[in-house]
Design a protein around this ligand. Sequence first.
Ligand code: 3HC
Length: 296
Amino acid sequence: MEINKVGVLGCGLMGSGIAQTAAAAGCTVVVREVTEELCERGFSGIEKSLAKFAEKGSITPEQRDEIRGRITGTTGFEDLADCDIIIEAIVENLEAKRDTYNQLDAICKPETIFASNTSSLSITEMMTATRPERQARFVGLHFFNPVPLMKLVEVVRTILTDDAVYESAVEFAGKLGKVPVRAGDKSGFIVNRLLVPYLLDSIRALEEGVGSIVDIDNGMKLGCGHPMGPLTLLDFVGLDTTYYIAEIMFDEFREKRFAPPPLLKRMVKAGLYGRKSGRGFYDYADPKKPTPMSLV
Ligand code: 3HC
């Protein structure tokens, strides 16, 4: 099944990146947000990112405008009815996702594939919010931040996913210029299964006084060739997001390595979410020169 018209739910960091990437691959994209303001905010992020690609010469100014022109916004579900695939990137809340899928199931054409960008929630539990006919058309498509740059997509299947639907989703990830990896519906899939304990351990190392924020980051950046140290990456992903993911994974596996350390919880409660709130392990008052916070 060829995928040409893409619906995206949510125009935050991930949704806007997914919309941009699908439009850059030649798809027609409809993005649904709760309010027009949220749509506009997401679109301005897309425009900034496209401007960066155009400045670097990776796309021409004409291509920049064409890509932008393929994306429209809406606040209603009806505009997604004839999409070939719908990729959901809303808040990591199972009930909110189930409610959305339930409404869309009644509106969308029978062939529409339903995909979720969840990083840790169960695709199976989302799938059961739809009718049996739709359940075989459910997959996970987990993208990475920043979506326009990161090459990976985890393509997740449940025990009910139809083989042909799954292969269409794998093919679609390739059409977007991404490298698909195949993963089963287990919380965290492949990447977060390995990444989350590592990120949480970096916070534990800080709490235990093993090293300073800058030294822990430099250790992994310069010692292991990672593009960002773990504490910088936590600020980039969002401490609130990581906290919720860790809670979901701890709930699923009941293993200590997924338990959020007390410092992470305290920081989230204090509103230190990382880059998006201006402070996390670093203070981003000058975004070009983040300075480490005094936390322990
Ligand atoms: N759109 C277009 N261009 C962008 C961009 C965007 N959104 N973001 C950055 N760029 C460009 C910059 O303009 C810059 O261009 P230049 O080389 O011409 O100056 C180039 O990308 C590199 O950016 P920076 O100089 O700002 O910084 P870096 O060299 O460090 O690269 C990075 C940025 C690609 C984000 C790199 O640091 C990186 O790969 N970091 C790790 C990211 C990562 O691990 N992501 C996964 C997070 S986990 C996740 O998402 C899963 C979830 O479930 C938790």
